[in-house]
Design a protein around this ligand. Structure first.
Ligand SMILES: Cc1ncc(COP(=O)(O)O)c(C=O)c1O
Length: 427
C-alpha cells in the first residue's frame, strides 16, 4: 500500500514515511498485541481522521470513548500548551503538592454526585492513576481492604462478584477475572478471589454472596462485552444487595461514563449511586493518560494511607491540566445532553436501516453508545467495508458493530455514517 506522501513537513517525532514503511516498522519493532486495521492516521481533528493522501475517515470509535470531546479539542490543547510553556506540566514528585492536582481533585470530586450515601455525606475523594486498568485495580484494593478492616474477613479470603462478558483491562488481576480465554491463557498464576454472576440476573448475584464477599464490580453498560445496557432495575437491585450485605458497590464507568450514554455518569439513568466509580479515557479528552477512582471520602480515608498506593505519573500536573480542561468541555458544551439528543437521532436511523436489513440481529444501546449485532457474528467484515467507505468502526465481542463516535458529531455527520451503514447492511 505504498503511496506518495503529500505531507511535506514532518514535525519532530513523526516521519513522512509511506504507510508500508510504518506497517513494517510497527510489525518489526513492536509487540504484536493488537490486530490492527490497515490505516495509518496522520492527523486527527474533531470527529475526523486523515491518512497520508489527505483522505478523511469519520471516527466512529473515538478511541473507545477517550475522544468523547473530539480529537485535539482546542480548549484542552491550549491548556496543555500553556502548562508546557509555563513550565508547570512535568512530573515533579508526589512528595510535594501541585496546584493543578489540587484543582483537578476538587473539580472531579465535586462533579461526581455524592458516592456511597450509606457512608454519609462526607464528599468524595479521588485517587488518580494513568490507564483505566490501574483504577480498576485500585478499586479492587478498596473493596478488599474494606472487607478485611471493616467486615473482619480474613485477609486473603476476600471475594468480589464480577460479571459474565466483563471487561476491566488487561493486567494480571483484571485478566484473572476476565471471561475471555485469550486474555489470560498462559499468564498464570492468576489472582484468586473473584466470582462470576450473570449480567442482568440478580438471583445469580445473590447466590454468590458469602460471609467473605466484600464487593461487587460491574460496568453499568458493557462496552467490550458487546455493547449491552443492563435491564431496568438491575443496578438498583445491586445497590440493595450491597446495602443488605455490607458490600462495596463499584461501577466501572471507564467506557460508558463522562457523557457517552447521554448522562454525565451512566449510573444517573437509574439514579443508582455506587460507593466508588472508576473513570478514565475521556477524563483527559484523549490527550494524555489519566484515570481515577472516586469514592466516598470516608471509604477512601479508611483504605488509603501514605504508602498503601502510589504511582509516579498518577495525577501528574500535565494530566491534571488536561483533566480540568476535559471536564470544562463536557460541561460547557453540554456533551451528555448532546449525546442523548444525537444518540436518539442516530439510533432511530440505524433502527430503520436494521428493519430493512437481513444482516442485523439486534440494535441496542443508549446515547452515543450503540451496538449493531450482526446475524453472521462477523462484525469486523462490515467494519472493513465501512473503512473503504470512509468510516472507522470496529467490533465489540466479535458479533457487534460498535457505534461510539465523539459526542460533538453533527446531524450531517450522522447522515454521513448512516448512508454508509445503509450501503453495508442493506446494499
Ligand atoms: C469498562 C472498562 N474498564 C477498564 C478498561 C481499561 O482501560 P485502559 O485500557 O485504559 O487500561 C476499559 C478499556 O476499554 C474499559 O472499557
Amino acid at each position: 500500500m505504498a503511496a506518495t506522501n503529500t505531507m511535506t513537513k514532518a514535525p519532530f517525532g513523526f516521519s513522512n514515511l509511506p504507510d508500508a514503511d510504518i506497517y513494517h516498522a510497527e510489525k518489526t519493532f513492536g509487540a504484536h498485541h493488537y490486530g490492527r486495521i490497515d490505516l495509518v492516521v496522520r492527523k486527527a481533528e474533531g470527529c475526523w481522521l486523515t491518512n497520508h493522501e489527505e483522505k478523511k475517515f469519520f471516527d466512529c470509535l473515538a478511541a473507545y470513548s477517550a475522544a468523547n470531546q473530539g480529537h485535539h479539542h482546542p480548549h484542552i490543547v491550549n491548556a496543555l500548551i500553556e502548562a508546557l510553556k509555563g513550565h508547570y506540566g512535568s512530573v515533579i514528585s508526589n512528595v510535594v503538592y501541585t496546584d493543578s492536582l489540587a484543582m483537578f481533585l476538587k473539580r472531579l470530586a465535586t462533579t461526581v454526585p455524592q458516592l456511597g450515601p450509606r457512608f454519609g455525606a462526607h464528599g468524595n475523594k479521588v485517587l488518580p492513576k494513568n490507564g483505566g486498568v490501574e483504577s480498576v485495580e485500585t478499586a479492587v484494593k478498596l473493596a478488599r481492604y474494606y472487607g478485611w478492616k471493616q467486615k473482619g474477613i480474613e485477609d486473603g479470603k476476600q471475594e468480589i462478584i464480577v460479571f459474565e462478558r466483563n471487561f476491566h483491562g488487561r493486567m494480571i488481576t483484571t485478566v484473572s477475572f476476565s471471561p475471555t480465554k485469550k486474555y489470560k491463557e498462559g499468564f498464570g498464576p492468576l489472582t484468586p478471589g473473584f466470582k462470576f454472576a450473570k449480567y442482568g440476573d440478580l438471583d445469580s448475584v445473590e447466590k454468590l454472596i458469602t460471609p467473605n464477599t466484600c464487593g461487587i464490580l460491574v460496568e453499568p453498560g458493557q462496552g467490550e462485552g458487546g455493547m449491552y445496557m443492563p435491564p431496568a432495575g438491575f443496578l438498583k437491585g445491586l445497590r440493595e444487595l450491597s446495602d443488605k450485605n455490607d458490600l462495596v458497590l463499584i461501577f466501572d464507568e471507564i467506557q460508558v461514563g463522562l457523557g457517552r450514554t447521554g448522562k454525565m455518569f451512566c449510573f444517573e439513568h437509574e439514579n443508582v449511586i455506587p460507593d466508588a466509580v472508576t473513570l478514565g479515557k475521556a477524563i483527559s479528552g484523549g490527550l494524555v493518560p489519566l484515570s481515577c477512582m472516586v469514592a466516598n471520602s470516608k471509604l477512601m480515608d479508611l483504605v488509603f494511607r501514605p504508602g498503601s498506593d502510589g504511582s509516579t505519573y498518577g495525577g501528574y500536573p500535565l494530566a491534571c491540566v488536561a483533566g480540568n480542561a476535559a471536564i470544562d468541555v463536557l460541561i460547557d458544551e453540554k456533551l451528555p445532553q448532546r449525546a442523548e439528543e444525537m444518540g436518539r437521532k442516530m439510533k432511530a436511523k440505524i433502527d430503520d436501516i436494521a428493519s430493512r436489513s437481513d444482516k442485523v440481529k439486534e440494535v441496542r444501546g443508549r446515547g452515543l453508545f450503540i451496538g449493531i449485532e450482526v446475524n453472521d457474528g462477523d462484525a469486523m467484515k462490515y467494519c472493513r467495508q465501512l473503512l473503504e467507505l470512509g468510516v472507522l468502526a470496529n467490533d465489540s465481542y466479535g458479533h457487534t458493530i460498535r457505534m461510539s463516535p465523539p459526542l460533538i458529531l453533527t446531524d450531517n455527520e450522522i447522515d454521513y455514517v448512516c448512508e454508509r451503514l445503509e450501503k453495508v447492511l442493506v446494499g
